[in-house]
Design a protein around this ligand. Sequence first.
Ligand code: XIL
Length: 378
Amino acid sequence: MTLNRRQALALLATGFALPHGIAAAARPGPTLKEVAGKKGLRVGNAMAGGPDRFENPGYRALTARECHAVVCENATKWPVLQPRPGVFNFKAADAIFAWARKEGLKRRGHTLVWQEDRWAPPWLVQYDFGAQPGREAERILADHINTVTRHFGDDLYSWDVMNEAVDPATGGLRDSVLTRQLGGPLTQIDMCFRLARANLPRTQLVYNDYMGPEVGATKHRAGVLKLLEALKAKGTPIDALGMQSHVGPWSDLEAKGGKAPFREWRKFLDEVTAMGYQIVISEFDVSDRALPADVARRDVGVAARAKDYLDVTLDYRQVTDFFMWGMADKANWLRQQKSKTMREHGLPSRTTAFDDDLSPKPLRDALLAAFRAMPPRA
Ligand code: XIL
């Protein structure tokens, strides 16, 4: 089913005449995981510490009710796991995964390496690699990936091995403190996957990035395709592309009022799948920027943006996982991203499927509609 923007808005508007929260909360209905599960799509959520997230029993219950799986939002990143050279701390991640296991939720990892230096641990960026810098950099990389993958082992079914290695401005591969010591980015990326595979023969290994359908991301998409091709040619052990899917505002796409850019998006997805890669939607949320301040209208706009994106993307059966990057507005990182993504009105952001009081929003219905409309996974 493909609706145009006007039809989607009209459809979504009909269900949401009642004060937000109340109507939806009273409606029992099937969960996201039930509807997606029937089609073979796994639904997940990112979990992080804090009073609005892991420490909130209602939010934990919501995640367990609506999802099949959990990923750590920050707790399995390098700066958290190895805050000082050779000193590892698994406490936060272990707590989240222990709870997930108890709830019967599957578990995935994010991310062994986040390429940009600003997201690497400061000690690594400042590191003195000594007289044999290549060997020392390889030792450090291997130590991190070996220690982390051996700690979690088969408990995680999927790992983001490398995050955001392509520069969106040029489509080229980013340099980092590690790529400079290790013979360039392609060699270093290949090395990361090989190190991971050596410890994880059965785990899905993923390259994760944020290229989207907008015109402005043309170079980014081309760069990611080029990387995926190069890794394939090298025989790198990589199974899937993670598409972060921080949806919108895509002003260039929406200003033109058409779906032409989705033609380019389909071409991108055609090429990724033709190379044999699986696809993980890894960090889904929807920007509410440039939408009306009025809550009801804004929520409908967010839902319509999601539906546009998902109707095209979920059409590909190779998309096996749908992870939300937080599933309540107050538990989503965009609430804190004031300068970049918070609404220009200065109002609290509304970027996820559930309200601050954890009641469902129009976006949740849009997700259910997209899951119902998509073809079954293989
Ligand atoms: C974000 C987290 O949500 C924030 O809490 C943290 O401060 C920064 O990282 N792309 C990614 C994620 O791959 O790891 C990022 O998560 C969001 C963008």
